[in-house]
Structures are given as structure tokens and as C-alpha cells.
Design a binder for this molecule. Structure first.
Ligand code: GDP
Length: 166
């Protein structure tokens, strides 16, 4: 079995952990314990300064914004630039995701805006809900499909689990 290194990027609160937890455990975490959440955010902040390093090690990238937060959609653009800069090539396995589609009434980013950005980047686009599990399995299946397509033999196959880095 191959190991897949997937990096999930996006600004705070867009649902990166909720999507990952939903995929891995099949459950949705509505509210974190504030203390645990605070601890968790600090970990992430520390990690952010190491972003170049984990982009370097990542093989597939899930770029997430919240479709109820226009700012998070703007935030995703420099993150994609950073991936291209670090990887030094354009066709990195990547997928653009608008999460929280269950909150349709509060939408700030239209489907068309997301789709247009993905077309500019030549990557697939999906709207998901970590809460309703909408398109969550499809999202991870698609990124794995892209990584398989892009895979060059590296000689380090043989491990057993998927590795998801938030
Ligand atoms: P992260 O900072 O990107 O990892 O975001 P979290 O996974 O911590 O999610 C931030 C907040 O948004 C939490 O309160 C989640 O319960 C909530 N959330 C995440 N995904 C969804 C979703 O698809 N729908 C709704 N309604 N809330 C979500």
C-alpha cells in the first residue's frame, strides 16, 4: 500500500479539522472544548511558521475556504502561490474546496466564484459540508486519484497509512 501525504490548507475556522475528522472517523465535531481548541490553535500557529517545510513534503493539497466567509476565499490565493513557489512546478495535485455548504442561507462566495478560481488554477473544485458529510469522501478520493496520476516512483512505497497534515 502507498502512503499519501495530504496537506490541508486554509485560514482558521474554515473547517480543515472538521473535514479531516469527518473523513477519518465519520463524525462531526460541533464545538471544541475552548481550552483544547486554544491549545490546538497554538500548535497550528507554530506549524504555520514551518509551512514551507510541510508543503515541501506534501504530495497533495486540499485548499479550503468557508463559503460563508469571503475573507477566507481571499486568504486561499497566497497559499496556492506559496505551494507553487515551494514546489517549483504548476501541476501539483491540488483541489479547491468551499466548505460549509449546509449554511446556504449565509453564503458569501458563489459557486461560480469558486469554480472560476479553480479553472484559473486548472484544478478540480468541490463544495463540501463537514457537518452533513456532503462530498467529504469524494474530496479525499479525488485528491488520491490526482496523486496517483501524478505519482512518479520514489522508492519509498510500502507504508500502510494515509498521513494527513493540518
Ligand atoms: P479549522 O480551523 O479550519 O480547522 O476549522 P474547524 O474544523 O475547527 O471548524 C471551525 C468551526 O466551524 C467549528 O465550530 C466547526 O464545528 C465548524 N464547521 C466546520 N465545518 C463545518 C461545516 O461544514 N458546516 C458547519 N455548519 N460548520 C462547520
Amino acid at each position: 500500500m502507498r502512503e499519501y501525504k495530504v496537506v490541508v490548507l486554509g485560514s482558521g475556522g474554515v473547517g480543515k479539522s472538521a473535514l479531516t475528522v469527518q473523513f477519518v472517523t465519520g463524525s462531526f465535531i460541533e464545538k471544541y472544548d475552548p481550552t483544547i481548541e486554544d491549545f490546538y490553535r497554538k500548535e497550528i500557529e507554530q506549524f504555520a511558521s514551518m509551512r514551507d517545510l510541510y508543503i515541501k513534503n506534501g504530495q497533495g493539497f486540499i485548499l479550503v475556504y468557508s463559503l460563508v466567509n469571503q475573507q477566507s476565499f481571499q486568504d486561499i490565493k497566497p497559499m496556492r502561490d506559496q505551494i507553487i513557489r515551494v514546489k517549483r512546478y504548476e501541476r501539483v495535485p491540488m483541489i479547491l474546496v468551499g466548505n460549509k455548504v449546509d449554511l446556504e442561507g449565509e453564503r458569501e462566495v458563489s459557486y461560480g466564484e469558486g469554480k472560476a478560481l479553480a479553472e484559473e488554477w486548472s484544478c478540480p473544485f468541490m463544495e463540501t459540508s463537514a457537518k452533513n458529510k456532503a462530498s467529504v469522501d469524494e474530496l479525499f478520493a479525488e485528491i488520491v486519484r490526482q496523486m496517483n496520476y501524478a505519482a512518479q516512483p520514489t522508492g519509498d512505497e510500502g507504508c500502510c497509512s494515509a498521513c494527513v497534515i493540518l
